[in-house]
Design a protein around this ligand. Structure first.
Ligand SMILES: *Cc1c(COP(=O)(O)O)cnc(C)c1O
Length: 428
């Protein structure tokens, strides 16, 4: 009679003593490595792997970091994919994150030894990038920027807002609910499709704390419509706040209909809010740009402390603003001919087992709704999408018209070799 193979499953301590796990014990910690060992022992007991293979299995399945989030190749063609962490950071921003991760001079003037202005470098970079803003401030995200503005300017009073701009942005986040949570009341003007300057003028009164203009983000109203630019509401005697959403600091020729901070400020809008991790291509952040006194009032508001960004955000934002073109910008601007050439190289790398296709990418994250960005990629059978996503180097593609499309506009070129390897594994 042969011995039960389960008795040959090595003991935990014996596996942990394997020299190949030394590095992992240092970077992941003993408890995390032990979990992987226990899982491998379980597979051996279940007969899925040989008892002698437990240590090899552990080495093969150790996570790269102690956190569970894994790098994913975004081949959806949606440049700013909320489920994939929106903007991928530039190399410069990643370096800055690493440098700021330890103790750092975020609030200390090293020359004098006195207290320094928190995040002075990031704020100076933002001010330099938006010279039309007399004051700049950074909070945790776009929603926080709106919350701060609404609380400071309109709590206990009214926010005048067009009916067509009372939007839900995604994941059930409804802007009107957020605004009312500050204690402000909403004074809706106009109809779903049309609003005029007179509507705003008639609604403004002693109760009005601010007028809010919102970029409707992920939807468009077409046909019999009219809206009012924020700049033509500035003489109604109350502050006008323009939530441009996407975070374009200046006009972009490829996105002519997308609002930008510089144009709004030049039109006299006193306060603009935007997200840092949309078209700006930086870390999650909320930008407040505008009139110096107004921004100073927001910065001093007690709520500002609760919405404060950490040193990592400040470091990544400054590097995004001062460093080379961030990936999101490069993805937006790369000519389709380059994407086509990369698709052909990719197809050749996997032995021609995929078809090179033309497709349409999009900005995503509520930016440039309805704008199709001409793109190229490769197509596989639809079932490949699940296999790519579940692979060891996960790739998220798009399923359309019964096939799986790997869109290259949202893939940084330096990920092409990894992408080819992932495709080859799935095609095998
Ligand atoms: C995305 C967006 C927000 C919310 O910004 P977050 O950074 O996601 O908090 C608010 N308003 C508009 C118009 C947006 O597009």
């Amino acid at each position: 009679m042969s011995e039960d193979p389960r008795r040959r499953v090595p003991r935990t301590d014996a596996v942990l003593a394997d020299a190949r796990l030394g590095q992992a014990l240092a970077t992941l910690g003993r408890a995390r490595v032990k979990e992987v060992v226990v899982a491998a022992q379980g597979r051996a007991r279940a007969g899925e792997i040989a008892p002698e293979a437990v240590a090899d299995e552990v080495v093969a399945t150790l996570p790269r970091t102690a956190a569970s989030m894994r790098p994913v190749i975004n081949a959806t063609g949606v440049l700013l994919h909320t489920n994939l962490g929106r903007a991928p950071l530039s190399g410069a921003a990643r370096d800055a994150l690493d440098a700021a991760a330890g103790t750092t001079d975020v609030e200390l003037d090293l020359a004098t030894g006195g207290r320094g202005r928190r995040g002075a470098g990031a704020l100076a970079a933002l001010a330099a990038a938006v010279p039309d803003a007399g004051g700049v401030h950074v909070v945790n995200n776009g929603a926080a920027a709106l919350t701060l503005a609404a609380t400071a300017l309109a709590a206990g009073g009214e926010i005048v807002i067009a009916r067509g701009e009372m939007v839900e942005i995604g994941d059930g986040f409804r802007l009107p609910d957020l605004l009312e949570s500050t204690g402000a009341r909403l004074r809706e003007v106009g109809t779903t499709n049309r609003v005029r300057r007179e509507d705003y003028a008639a609604a403004v009164g002693p109760q009005t704390g601010m007028i809010l203009k919102v970029h409707p983000s992920n939807f468009v109203v077409t046909g019999f419509t009219s809206s009012v630019p924020a700049g033509s509401l500035t003489d109604l005697g109350v502050p006008v706040v323009s939530d441009i959403g996407s975070g374009l600091l200046a006009p972009h020729p490829l996105l002519p209909a997308e609002p930008d901070a510089a144009s709004e400020l030049r039109d006299g809008v006193p306060l603009v809010t935007a997200s840092g991790d949309k078209l700006l291509g930086g870390p999650q952040a909320g930008l407040l740009l505008g009139d110096a006194d107004l921004v100073q009032g927001l910065r001093r508001h007690p709520l500002a402390r609760a919405l404060r960004v950490d040193k990592l955000t400040l470091a990544a934002l400054e590097a995004t603003l001062r460093g080379p073109t961030p990936p999101v910008r490069a993805m937006l601007e790369v000519p389709v001919s380059e994407l086509r050439a990369r698709a052909e190289t990719l197809a050749a790398r996997v032995g021609g087992a995929v078809e090179v296709v033309a497709c349409d990418a999009e900005v995503g994250g509520g930016g440039a709704p309805g704008v199709a960005l001409p793109s190229a990629g490769v197509a596989l059978p639809a079932a490949a999408a699940d296999a790519l996503r579940a692979g060891e180097d996960p790739v998220v593609a798009r399923v359309e018209q019964g096939r799986c499309v790997v869109d290259l506009r949202s893939v940084p070129p330096e990920a092409d070799a990894r992408l080819a390897a992932a495709l080859a594994r799935v095609l095998r």
